[in-house]
Design a protein around this ligand. Sequence first.
Ligand code: SF4
Length: 369
Amino acid sequence: MEILRAKTLNLRQTGALSPKRAANSTLNQKEALMQKTVLDSAPQRLVLELTNQCNLNCIMCGRNAADFKPTQFQLEWLDYFEPIRDQVEEVTLMGWGEPTVHPDFVKFLKWAYDCGMRKYFCTNGMRLEQLTSALFAYHTDIFAVSLDGADAPTNERIRRGVDFHRVIRSLEAINRKKAMEKLEYPYNNFVFTAMKQNIEQLPALVRLAGDIGMNEVKAVFLTAFDEWGREQTLFYDMELVRDIFAQAEEEARRLGVALKLPHLCGEDPAGDMAHKTCYVGWRDFFLGSDGYIRSCMSTAQKLFHISQYPDFWSMWNAKEYQRHREIVNSASMISHCANCYQSSFANWNKRESFIQIGQDFAPVWEKEN
Ligand code: SF4
């Protein structure tokens, strides 16, 4: 089984696209490769941060080192996307908070379902039980569950406030229904933030995924935002990581579980570039829960507020977006991109991808609502 790597130009496909969406995505990828600054294509996906609030308090979360003011995505902002609703492939509900705590979370799923878009969200799993019927009713295509240990003590020590057994029970129920009804959806995976105190559990997490019918395990490296993170970073332990990754690969092959891994430090094809060639400013449109458009959720730089432009196309080709596309892959890139720690685009050969202490890594949230 081939080890999966993060996609950078296109997205995971779960079914045939309509001809209009397929044509848009083809054009979008072409424009991204040409590094065009004014686009004729719509983005391939909308990334909507529904809230920056969370029902957990994970030990390593960057929220602990940032200035947090609660913000919530306004349902009426979806009106901006009417002109492109039949061109965009996917809506991804993720950001700094836990999307399922938004009181209208199910309405977002329904909206994407009515638009015919692929639906993808990332969660800590604590509300999956209440959401199971909506997941099937609105054909959720993909969801990712963050789990940082293969057993309750490890997971609950890191993900403070989580109930490991409750999350696993919810996933078992979803995957049982999926198997009984012979459904291809939802594709689901564990996302594991690898650090010193849990890296040895990665092979066991692959076994757990196999046991309960998860499709994939994805590991990402911890990025340190504070002194605690510095203690836990794996930047200095690549031989240990190599060994554990090899064990996880063996388990994944044996069980038929897909495994997605970051490149080891020193082996990232990004070489000595600041980051991998970044296509997010073409592929994705990110709207934060504070109403600010950013190129991605891993940059503190706000491009503009949604109220600043009258419609989607004037935002998508706004001068701020054009400037971002012009410089993001050049020597003039902003400092956040020069120190990119976004899991798909970071260059994992660099220390800065692992350690961000003292960097301006998170947005400063203004209370907008
Ligand atoms: S922070 Fe990284 S992923 Fe985000 S826009 Fe900059 S280079 Fe791209």
